[in-house]
Design a binder for this molecule. Structure first.
Ligand SMILES: [Fe+2]
Length: 283
């Protein structure tokens, strides 16, 4: 096998390379960790992925509406999403977004509430409700995951199904270096959470593809409108992300000045450092 520059943690991780709905019998080219790979459906309609230079078949899994692969020897399983199994949830893949920045920058932005009023104005936030209230950070599953719980934010349009402004509760979950999810108050059933996952495919250290997938409790809204709502949000984020410098996420303490609102970002950076992740960072 040709030399791969990624650190061992990232190399032995599962990464999403496509929504399952995009798979065709004509192979599609993409990149993963600086490697050219190709993927698609074989003659029996089973998904495959292949490292082009080495002509090597890669392991694949179809999970959470996406195709996953691993360039090294998989060290663990794909993170479970228990809610995805609930029969009344709709799985919606929201397409693929190429973003000229590192994978950890995209994850970090996803974990941040402070930008809601300024980037997603009058949707996920609005002035004067700009303050991020104190929330709790926990390591779970023996340190394999980082969670932020008890996060609250006032949102003018928390979801497509929201008919009014809503004090929205959030839980944020980092389930893998480039696998992150949020759980937020479901407007239709306030006792339950809508789940939005963001799977980030590190193409190179400074260019990525983001694969947002939603697991929603909403049997009213048309699928196209739900996807369009999420795409609007993500395109607003992309403008911010592509302007951040450096593109690689700084991991050294004090590289960027944290505030109370940034505690999850600080926890994510520390967690990456502790796991020896350097790909897409300045480490
Ligand atoms: Fe955002």
């Amino acid at each position: 096998m040709t030399q791969i520059t990624a650190d061992e943690t990232i190399l032995s991780d599962w990464h999403v390379i496509s929504p399952l709905s995009h798979l065709r019998t004509t192979p599609t080219d993409t990149m993963l960790l600086d490697r050219h790979i190709t993927f698609g459906l074989d003659a029996r309609d089973n998904p495959f992925a292949c490292d082009v230079a080495d002509r090597r078949a890669l392991p694949v899994r179809a999970r959470h509406g996406c195709l996953w692969t691993c360039l090294g020897t998989p060290a663990g399983d794909i993170p479970a999403i228990d809610e995805a199994l609930e029969p009344d949830r709709r799985l919606l893949d929201c397409g693929v977004f190429t973003v000229r920045t590192s994978a950890p920058r995209i994850v970090e932005n996803f974990l941040d509430m402070a930008h809601f009023p300024f980037v997603h104005t009058n949707i996920l936030g609005a002035e004067p409700n700009t303050e991020v209230a104190r929330y709790t950070i926990e390591l779970r599953d023996g340190g394999k995951e980082v969670w932020a719980t008890d996060c609250h934010f006032f949102q003018p349009q928390a979801a497509l199904s929201a008919t009014d402004g809503l004090d929205t509760e959030y839980l944020y979950r980092v389930a893998g270096p480039f696998v992150t999810l949020l759980y937020k108050t479901c407007p239709a059933q306030p006792g339950r959470f809508d789940v939005i996952a963001l799977f980030v495919q590190p193409m190179t250290q400074e260019c990525s593809r983001a694969h947002p997938v939603m697991f929603l409790i909403d049997d009213v809204s048309p699928q196209a409108n739900l996807i369009e709502f999420q795409q609007t949000i993500f395109l607003q984020d992309r403008i911010i992300l592509e302007n951040q410098r450096p593109r690689r996420l700084p991991l050294s303490a004090g590289a960027e000045i944290p505030t109370v609102a940034d505690r999850m970002s600080v926890a994510y950076r520390r967690w990456l450092r502790d796991r020896g992740v350097s790909y897409g960072t300045t480490a």
